[in-house]
Design a protein around this ligand. Sequence first.
Ligand code: GLV
Ligand code: MN
Ligand code: MN
Length: 421
Amino acid sequence: MTRSLSAAALKAAEAVDGERLWKDLMHLSRFGARLHGGVDRQALSDADIAARIWLIGEAERRGFKASVDDAANLWIRRRGRDADAAPVIAGSHMDSQPAGGRFDGALGVLAGLEALTALDDAGIATDRPIDVVAWTNEEGGRFDRSCTGSSVWSGAMQLEDYLGDIGADGVRFGDALKLTLDATPDLPRRPRRFDAQSYLELHIEQGPVLEREGLDIAAVTGIQGVRWMNVEITGKGSHAGTTPMTGRLDALQAAHRAIAALNELMADPQDVVRFTVGRFNVAPNSPNTIPERVLFTIDFRHPNKALLDEKMGRIAALIEAAVAPCQASLQPTLFMDPKPFPESLIATIEGAAKDLGHPARRLASGAFHDALYAARVCPVGMIFVPCRAGLSHHPDEWTEPRHCRAGARVLTASAAMLAGA
Ligand code: GLV
Ligand code: MN
Ligand code: MN
């Protein structure tokens, strides 16, 4: 049987300490812990800042150098023999959904730190540096353009374009960013852009396939495309008891018609289209005033770009017709085309899983990840591990310790191989 891992990569993976990783995961989940489970650690919040300070301390305690760039992406470096070589990056995000779980994002960052620690414990040197990154605002729950940090790092977006964004809590992105950077004034600054040899991200699957098939690992083949949009409908507020039904400009009734029309557009007997209205704000939100304004979000995903473009091209006219005589204005907030991952990294991950004895398969990602943007800079690979009942973006999100360990082992071995161990 041919083995794809070097002896050093194998040794590094064997040094992964599942208990240490689990302890770190449970510790991180205290930052922003919700009373009834899960976490609320939204981007650049006090809880996120506290989590960052803890992670920096933990990295430095283990002898790694931490730094931050001006998008507040947090970097932790393990040196390579060639200090100037383009690094292998392993990372994910530490921000969460408003009612999020303990593993989404957190696992990828902490398993990255575990990989660096395991390499040290095993006494393995790599040619290239390995950087662990915690990207800023992957989730987009607070500031509703997601993957902010990775989009800036990749050069796809300019940081300046985000600064004026207003969060769900009314805070300006630029102010929250400043608060976050000011909280660690002595942390060395890293340039906004630099080259990388490859990018790896370990993540929970957030779907049911691995659990159903009793597998430990998926080598991710790519990520489906996603489009986000804010829809704002304007009507005319007035008294609920006195205003005749005819001639009303009720923004909520109009939004209801718009969503019904969108449901028809998105209907898919194959159940491949993903369509969600996840935010719905009504103003003035009073039982006895006709709604004057409604804002709702569209999250639309599909693996096929042509289908995404075709349906997106029809949305504006469809909404305008449905809301008349109210007015609608549409603002795209996220635009990501489907991204297939390179075969070489899929094979590296698959080979690592096989050599380490973890049953694996290939799987496409329904969720988006920072890897989508990293792919603009370097080859990317992702590793999935099972999560209970496929549940994610929910306080009950759960991944077994043995699966966290399996993912960290595959991540460590793959990073070691790519970094030249
Ligand atoms: C990521 O959080 C996603 O919504 O896919
Ligand atoms: Mn995530
Ligand atoms: Mn998420």
